[in-house]
Write a protein of this length. Structure first.
Lengths: 228, 377
């Protein structure tokens, strides 16, 4: 469970180009549920996801993960929290070109100190799960859009996180691939993972998978999204 | 174990990262290795030649006495031997006969010495490998040499010195003492110079001082002075060579600095991805540092190994004319392999450490990027 209390995020503070991405956002994200953050570009969805996922610190306010306050943790511990708890699926995939799909999947776990062989087996199982066993040794730039996204999902899951965060995951996919993606998310959700998705794609926020839609605009939550 | 595994994984990724930019990295490693090769070759060669010269001179007499006439080396009377023998501490005193012979057809200058033990038969000579090569003379051949009176005298080559002694015997012609006197026109009762053995090495300076007082027209030359001259000669030559290669070294430094201190956009993006997927800043820096260490160690060991082969197995083929200094008679010899660990360590700290440090600074800058920056790309 993630709880945000009065989160404000200001970029380029005290500079002419200062802007407020999030303003006094309070929210309770329930564990093992699928939540979609909906809103137009610039509404603060991505910033909110990066704060929930311990990628960025808020300018003010506090974040609690399973009741533990993580906002004030130093970078080292925050990284550990991020690595163990969250798996990220980026809009642009952000796979590392020139290396294989398998190596890309193994990447987040390289620094955990796990034995290389065990890690490799786990990554191969994940690729197999997503029908990519035959492409494990292919360079990622040779993969199709759908394949690349499934590699990204496998990478997000390699450390077995409790929470999967996806930022605009269907932005570069056609309807079929988008539905495939939602199917995978539904499966993960059924296995007990918390799913957080930022999207303004109706296919996503109108999907049967979604337990809750949080609407955002101008860095604030609207309507039912706002915590009481 | 976990730390080892972690670094093993990071090194794995660093290797694959280097492999992705292999053209650039191979070019860098080659230039880097060439620089190390050059520096190491000069160091190995100079040190080995100095050691060789020192080893050869260990058997040389402690003091050589030469007579001076108008500031120039002149023949020394044999009667000086008795005067020198009377000096306390002096053991054996011997007269030496030697001279130089210029051969216009080859352009080479040979050193002619009187044969020692066993003495050669009259009319025969023993020659060094360099003499044998330039005059195309093998054992049993007759060689005509032009004497002091202008007449040619034929000598039979009865022996060619072995390769092992080539550093000192390359330009040598050994002939019987009587033949040498006749050939150069050195009268009986005179020698080229005199050699002294001194019982106690600590008395060398005192003995030399006594010689100067007893025989003011002579100069005593100590073995240590010859060693120092050799050392400074080879130091000077290696310095000259280093100056020649300074341009190449400077070019490498600029190239390496540029490569090490600047990261491409692609590299910066990758570092952002690593941060986003759960790498710490220190782990990203460790990965970039391993890249630097892999490149610099490969270049260092490659360059040093090639320098070792170049100096000790190919007779320093690339720059022997500068370092050995002979114009015609290049000795072909193999130096005894020897490495001074302090010099290798110095080379290591002058090449590997600066490069590795130079790679860390820009990586540190890039690695401190916020992990969420990748989300906004």
């Amino acid at each position: 469970m993630v709880e945000l209390k009065h989160i404000t995020k200001i970029f380029n503070r005290n500079r002419p180009d200062e802007f407020t991405a999030l303003e006094d956002v309070s929210l309770l994200v329930e564990a093992r549920k699928a939540t979609v953050f909906k809103g137009p570009s610039g509404s603060g969805k991505t910033t909110l996801l990066s704060i929930i996922g311990a990628m960025a610190k808020p300018t003010s306010g506090r974040v609690f993960l399973d009741g533990r306050e993580i906002t004030s943790l130093p970078e080292r511990f925050l990284t550990e929290v991020r690595r163990r708890t969250f798996g990220f699926i980026f809009q642009q995939f952000h796979l590392i070109r020139g290396i294989s799909a398998l190596e890309n999947v193994m990447l987040p776990a390289y620094t955990t100190g796990e034995k290389h062989a065990a890690l490799r087996d786990r990554a191969l199982r994940l690729l197999d799960l997503f029908g990519l066993a035959a492409k494990a040794r292919s360079r990622v730039e040779w993969l199709s859009g759908g394949e690349a996204q499934r590699v990204t999902i496998a990478r997000a899951l390699v450390n077995d996180p409790a929470v999967v965060i996806a930022d605009e995951p269907t932005a570069h996919l056609d309807t079929k691939l988008s539905k495939d993606f939602l199917g995978i998310m539904a499966q993960l959700n059924a296995e007990g993972k918390t799913i957080l998705i930022a999207s303004h794609d109706p296919l996503v926020y109108e999907s049967a998978l979604v337990d809750r839609v949080v609407e955002m605009r101008d860095g604030r939550l609207r309507g039912s999204g706002q915590a009481a | 174990m976990s730390l080892l595994e972690r670094h093993r994984n990071i090194i794995d990724f660093a290797l694959s990262s280097l492999g992705r930019r292999w053209k650039k990295n191979i070019a860098l490693t080659l230039v880097y290795a060439f620089t190390v090769f050059t520096l190491a070759s000069v160091i190995f060669f100079t040190e080995a030649v100095k050691r060789e010269a020192r080893a050869v001179l260990q058997g040389a007499p402690e003091i050589v006495v030469q007579r001076l006439m108008a500031g120039r080396h002149d023949l020394i009377p044999a009667v000086y031997i008795d005067t020198l023998k009377k000096i306390t501490g002096v053991g054996q005193v011997k007269g030496r006969l030697w001279g130089y012979y210029y051969e216009p057809s080859t352009g080479a200058n040979y050193t002619v010495v009187a044969s020692g033990n066993p003495p050669l038969e009259p009319g025969t000579i023993a020659v060094g490998q360099g003499v044998s090569r330039t005059l195309h003379a093998a054992e049993g051949d007759l060689i005509p040499l032009k004497g002091a009176d202008g007449a040619y005298v034929s000598f039979e080559v009865t022996r060619v010195f072995s390769h092992a002694s080539e550093l000192v015997s390359a330009d040598l012609i050994e002939m019987p003492a009587g033949d040498l006197r006749a050939f150069f026109g050195i009268p009986e009762g005179f020698y080229t110079d005199l050699t002294l053995k001194v019982r106690n090495e600590k008395e060398l300076v005192v003995v030399a001082d006594k010689i100067r007082r007893l025989l003011p027209d002579t100069r005593p030359i100590l073995r240590d002075e010859i060693l120092r001259t050799y050392d400074s000669l080879f130091d000077w030559r290696s310095g000259l060579l280093l100056v020649i290669f300074a341009g190449a070294v400077a070019a490498f430094i600029i190239f390496a600095w540029d490569k090490a201190t600047s990261l491409s956009m692609e590299e910066r993006r990758e570092m952002g991805v690593l941060k986003a997927v759960g790498w710490e800043t220190s782990e990203v820096i460790a990965m970039k540092s391993w890249e630097g260490v892999i490149i610099s160690l490969t270049a260092f060991f490659g360059g040093t190994l090639f320098a070792y082969v170049h100096v000790f197995f190919s007779s320093a083929l690339l720059f022997e004319p500068v370092l050995k200094g002979w114009a015609v008679l290049y000795p072909r010899f193999q130096l005894v392999p020897h490495i001074d660990p302090y010099q290798v360590l110095a080379l290591f700290f002058l090449t590997v450490v600066p490069y590795t440090v130079a790679t860390v600074i820009p990586s540190w800058n890039a690695a401190t990027v916020d992990p969420d920056s990748i989300m906004r790309l």
